[in-house]
Write a protein that binds this ligand. Sequence first.
Ligand SMILES: *Cc1c(COP(=O)(O)O)cnc(C)c1O
Length: 345
Amino acid sequence: MNTYVRTSVQELEAYAPGEQPKVAGLIKLNTNENPYPPSPAVARALAEFAADSLRLYPDPVCAALRERIAQGAGVGTENVFVGNGSDEVLRLAMRAFTRPGGVAAAFAPSYSLYPVLAAAEEVGFRTVPLPDGYGWTEPPADLGASLFLLANPNAPTGVFYPVEAIEAFCRRFPGVVIVDEAYVDFSGGRNCLALAKRLPNVLVCRTMSKSFSLAGLRIGWAVGSAELIGALYKLKDSYNVDRLAQAVALAALGDLPWMQANAEKIVATREKVAAELAKRGFQVVPSAANFLFVEPPAGRSAADVFAALRRKNIIVRYFPGGRTDNALRVSIGTDAQMDAFFAAL
Ligand SMILES: *Cc1c(COP(=O)(O)O)cnc(C)c1O
């Protein structure tokens, strides 16, 4: 067919983000946003931000923010990359650590953006099916992949894989392993940062979108060896993180106790909601994230529950087809929002 669009882009099935309807009174439990506001330091930084400074380009390497993240992680600035959301970090990593016609791999189910990023780079995508219960399984040695994308806790399941198992895999894997820790602040202090410091082929990816209540700001970062980080810097847009985002992110990082207190509240709510859903006959996967992956009781399909909740103005996430066809992912909201969710159920 005669077309202006590159074949791989024509064939690309774009990532489907959770819906963001503009309906008043809607309870949004579909995109794992934080139900609590960001730190008051964020509002202060916005109020004090000098609009005139927007005449000037932002710092291309986010020096101040990078320094702050490096300090927090206990690494040098050469070990930190700051991106326009961690989705940008993942996209650049896909480009940097594969070649056209090469292979990237991930567990299935996992973050549905990963195969889209691979296809965009004309890279093959292999999946390693998770066992029943979605716990850890050692990926086979002969994957033929140069990049493994490993969300921990995983999405959409919420399962936290043991750090020792991940370490053993990283030591054996012949390519780069990205440990995508978008939800790790809800995991009780466990994380893989030490692996990114010890092993030259491991990148740990974080975001301010979930635990910091800043999904609208678009800040993510990666920690890893200077070699991997340097590759991301070569590929990024010249000014990938805007001036306002740099200032606000720095302010939010200056108030970690606020983020941690919100994460604790969400974890407490998560445990209550998990117990209540189990009592109502739902199968609930144990979660270390700010969402629950659940299967409805016998006789009710996930598609029906999703549609019925939607009619009552409550949106959860449904990934039709395949292994997730009879499951729903429910983001954890405030206690009041979760009461409304149960009332609707
Ligand atoms: C939400 C999410 C991200 C990231 O998001 P950004 O908003 O782009 O920082 C990354 N990985 C997983 C698994 C996520 O769920």
